[in-house]
Design a protein around this ligand. Sequence first.
Ligand code: IPE
Ligand code: IPE
Ligand code: MG
Length: 250
Amino acid sequence: MALFKRKQDPTPSALPEDIVLPQHVGIIMDGNGRWAKKRGLPRKAGHREGAQTFRKITRYASQRGIRYLTVYAFSTENWKRPEDEVGALMGLFKSYLEEALTDFKDDDIVVRFIGDKSGFSPELQALMTENEESSAARGGMVLNIAMNYGSRDEMVRAVKNICADVQSGRLDKEQIDERTVSDYLYTAGQPDPDLIIRPSGEYRISNFMLWQSAYTEFVIMNKLWPDFQKEDFDEALRIYSQRNRRYGGV
Ligand code: IPE
Ligand code: IPE
Ligand code: MG
């Protein structure tokens, strides 16, 4: 049986028609382990359930008209977890990435990966590339899947690349500005996230999009990721629409 079976989407709940939608939403998909623990299940059961939520919310975000969605799936720090948990996650990524080749086709979703791909097995890396190449020409929402992603790691990599380009003469040191730095990150060319949602009630950023989130609105929700529903996504959009973004002005 397919690990991720496509289910019929219920009709999205009503949101005011004049709602201000974020263009780019980030989600720190947290709380899988606690979800499993509450049920006396192994942590990997929580990750399995979390993967289902990921599919549901991704398609829903696209149907809601979100242009960019970035989901945090595996951090550069998550390698320090017990070997069997990391192994289970890698297995889940493999099954998922095989299915993702066709999964998001109907919604015209462009799949991209942000993070250091070289940390994964050649098989996983090939699947990531295949997903990116086969979806690149689509015209719908851009889905960034952050895997082996760490914002500090991303910035170190950007600094190295900037230095290399200055050294080779491709880049003039005097011309470096904020835009240049953005252009050397994995998210080059994309707008910064307007809204970052963190389920599971943790009030921290855990190395996610540090540069990009300078003026992002944060919504922390007291729900574990596997319990996260479309209504919760709408609730985050509603909270976002009521925020007054000032960017340092008045
Ligand atoms: C998020 O859920 C998934 C990953 C980090 C891979 P967690 O596994 O962190 O769940 P909690 O925070 O322990 O509940
Ligand atoms: C952040 O969650 C990473 C992902 C959701 C992939 P963590 O569970 O790793 O973060 P901490 O350890 O609570 O800060
Ligand atoms: Mg966690």
